[in-house]
Write a new protein. Sequence first.
Length: 94
Amino acid sequence: MYIKVTTYGFDESRLDEALAKMDATIRGDLKAIPGLESVEECRIDEGQGMIIARYDSEASAMAAQPKIQEIFGEMAEYMTSPPEVKAGDVIWRM
């Protein structure tokens, strides 16, 4: 299992609009990515978000990169800073 944590800034005044777009189009795009098991998005501060994505393997995460970059491009109008990514293999689970 492989986890990617992405932090980014977003336009708080357009949050509802961004979430509606994610429900209407992005959700289906993400579900179609092989090896992507789950995605959670959190508000960590005013205008700051964090995405936690779980993949079945690092290879799947790397193979998904072009599609993930395309999705971030589709959501760029709502973002106020570029995404910052940290990732790694899971070494322990509850």
